[in-house]
Design a protein around this ligand. Sequence first.
Ligand code: ADP
Length: 180
Amino acid sequence: MGLGAEASSVIKVIQYDITDLDVDAVVNAANTTLLGGGGVDGAIHRAAGPELLEACRKLGGCPTGEARITPGFRLKARWVIHSVGPVWRDGAHGEPQLLESCYRSAFVLAKEAKARSIAFPCISTGVYRYPRQEAARIALKVMYDHNGNFRSIVACCFDAENAAIYRKLLAPSPLSGDDA
Ligand code: ADP
């Protein structure tokens, strides 16, 4: 799956700490309680400050596959969009649909907030154990669907393995420049 030059000028793959990005909205890989956790969730809460937890408490949780929005508080980002990805079991428990839905839900909220730049972590690929290649395919498909509405869509990978997977999937096909 190559996405072609037009899409990849909006969609960027970086290997970086998402808490330090200067974008309108950062997406958090949250859990259903929205009360913080480890991984990227913990990092976002530490960087945004205790006001973020207070704001999340008022939301009363979020089902898997959905998203909620709060201010970014001490982050450079104006918004945090808390999206709840599925825990990987075997792929036969709706995991692909739920992962796609959590990316789509995040984009809906970002558009409502008039965000023009947004960054995503590799949702569900940490302690939720979603296979990375498959997770990246889903993430990039949804990003591609929204690339007309945003100035910048950042796939913010934390580790080299995810960054390599995303870069390979995003690269235009050497033969046609079309989907391959
Ligand atoms: P999940 O429970 O959805 O699997 P994790 O936080 O465990 O969430 O992992 C999701 C992804 O976020 C993993 O690929 C992990 O490497 C990545 N990650 C962890 N910390 C950060 C960070 N500061 N910035 C961006 N990505 C991060």
